[in-house]
Design a protein. Sequence first.
Length: 188
Amino acid sequence: MPLTKAKFRENCLKKMKTLPSHNALYRNYLVNKKLLNELKKRKNSSILFYYPFDFEVDIRNILTIMRRNNTVYVPFMVGESFKMVPFRLPLNKKKFGIFEAGNTLRNINKIDIAIVPTIGMDGKLQRIGFGKGMYDRFFDKLKKKPYTIFIQPEICYTKELVCDSYDVACDLLITPKVNILSKARVKK
C-alpha cells in the first residue's frame, strides 16, 4: 500500500509528540545554534518567525536576538490563513492555542526569510504540516518567495512524493542532527 500524505502526517505527529522530554532543551539548543548561524549570514532582513507549540522547536530566544537588527514578523490568523504582523508584546493565545501579537492595519506581503515549523517533509522537500493549509495559502499570496527554512525537532522525512503541488517547499531544513539544503538553491 503506497504511503499517503495523511498517513505520513500521522506517523510524523506521533513521532514528534513522543520525543523524550528529558533532552528537549538539548534538541532546541542544537537547532537554535544552527538557525542563528544561518540567520547571521543575512543582515538587515525581514524575517517571519513562528511562535512554538509545546512539541515544536522553541525558537523564542532567536526571535528576540534577531529582533535587534532585523524586522521581525509573526503570523496573525485571518480566516483559513494568516497575515504577517510585527512582533510585539503582549502576545495573546488564540485559535489552535497559537500565541499572536496584536493585529495591524499594514498589509505586509514581502519578507526575505521565512522560518516555518514542519512535522515532516517529502522527497521534493515539501512541507507536511498540521493539515490546515495555512502556510500554503499564505505563501501563495506573497509577491516573491522568501528564503524558506523548515525547522523540525527530529527528522521525519520520506523519499516518496506525498505532497501536493501547492505545498510549500524549503530551501533549508534544520533539525538537531541533520541539515538538508535544497539542490535548487545550491545551483544558484
